[in-house]
Design a protein around this ligand. Structure first.
Ligand code: MRU
Length: 347
């Protein structure tokens, strides 16, 4: 598959996901404001990818500073501009926090040294996330039965990370292990990340798939066509409540009703230990135009109201297991995810 993005030392080459699968077009991003725009307008999307790209945004911002005067103020401004792009994905804030910590330790050095240390950190983050996600996939693949049909929502593949994938990574890994899998891909309205991006990746991987509209998922489960549901995550609270693409919550309810296991796959950088429950997760509201754009003449209707929450929260009791790079966690999540915190502190 083509790289989702590639750091080139003085710019970031970024596959513009808005045009997929129609055309594969790269953006050359040279300024941190361009990175912020690319995250906001979803040229890049998916929690881990947003996080990694945000790190390179900070690097580009600092590379453009040419004297140490007001360095701290300028650095703060760069971080805040990038943080203001999308509120839900924990990974974005996780990476900016890491970059802030690095900056604190090196800010007294020569400007060139500050730049080098931040660049080193952003590259390390990309590597760490990639390795973590491979482990997530390896653990998760054990849960996928041979000869199974797996339903996934949105895109949690290489495009949403740095080339491999969480939920889709688990599927890819199971496929590479020789398991026979058929994937049901939810279209994922309104921006069609399933129909445009997950199908694109599965097609490139040679994994058999069937595209369905979101409202068909329940019926497919009822008809016994789905062995398991697997999704990625944008933010996981300490009690296991999980924010992911709008429509995930409905799938979890349908999965429970039909006794289908419901798995979440995510690196631990998606877990927000500052939040007790999903009630505290900020949910991004996007413009109604994203919903209206496919309906010709819709704006001629009087009194039309549109709501467009980009994510919802699946309550922990509907999640069969959370798959991370530290292993597979099952309920009770409040007790079990604390173990992840201990494991993180040891690394
Ligand atoms: O709005 P998006 O496309 O950024 O939403 C992406 C998702 O909801 C993904 O499922 C999630 O970020 C996990 S990606 C590995």
């Amino acid at each position: 598959m083509l790289p989702t993005f590639e750091w080139r030392g003085d710019h970031l080459l970024l596959l513009d996901q808005r045009f997929l699968p129609e055309r594969e077009e790269y953006l050359e991003l040279k300024d941190y404001r361009e990175i912020a725009d690319a995250i906001r307008n979803m040229a890049v999307r998916g929690a881990p990818a947003i996080g990694i790209v945000a790190g390179y945004g900070v690097v580009l911002g600092v590379k453009a500073i040419n004297c140490k005067e007001d360095l701290e103020e300028k650095f703060k401004g760069i971080c805040e501009t990038i943080e203001r792009t999308r509120p839900t994905a924990r990974n974005l804030f996780f990476v900016i926090e890491r970059m802030r910590k690095v900056f604190e330790t090196v800010k007294g050095k020569e400007l060139d040294e500050v730049r080098k240390e931040l660049e080193k950190a952003a590259i390390e983050i990309e590597k760490e996330v990639y390795e973590a996600i491979l482990k997530v996939s390896t653990f998760g693949a054990e849960l996928i039965p041979n000869n199974s049909s797996i339903l996934t929502h949105c895109n949690a593949g290489g495009l949403a990370t740095s080339g491999w994938g969480t939920a889709l990574g688990v599927i890819k890994m199971a496929h590479r292990m020789g398991k026979k899998i058929h994937v049901y891909v939810d279209e994922t309205r309104p921006l069609l990340q399933g129909a445009r991006l997950t199908t694109y990746e599965l097609s490139k991987e040679g994994i058999p798939f069937t595209l369905i509209t979101d409202n068909m998922a329940g019926w497919m489960m009822k008809k016994g066509k789905i062995s398991a549901v697997i999704v990625g995550a944008d933010r996981i609270a300490t009690n296991g409540d999980t924010a992911n693409k709008i429509g995930t919550y409905s799938l979890s309810v349908l999965a429970r009703e039909n006794s289908v296991p419901f798995y979440v796959a995510a690196p631990v950088s998606t877990i927000d230990f500052n939040l007790e429950s999903g009630d505290e997760i900020p949910i991004e509201e996007r413009k109604g135009d994203e919903i209206k754009s496919i309906i010709k003449g819709i704006d001629r209707l009087r009194n039309l109201k549109v709501e467009n929450p980009a994510f919802d929260v699946t309550p922990n009791q509907l999640i069969t297991a959370i798959i991370t790079e530290f292993g597979i966690f099952k309920p009770p999540y409040r007790e079990n995810l604390v173990k992840v915190k201990e494991l993180i502190s040891k690394t």
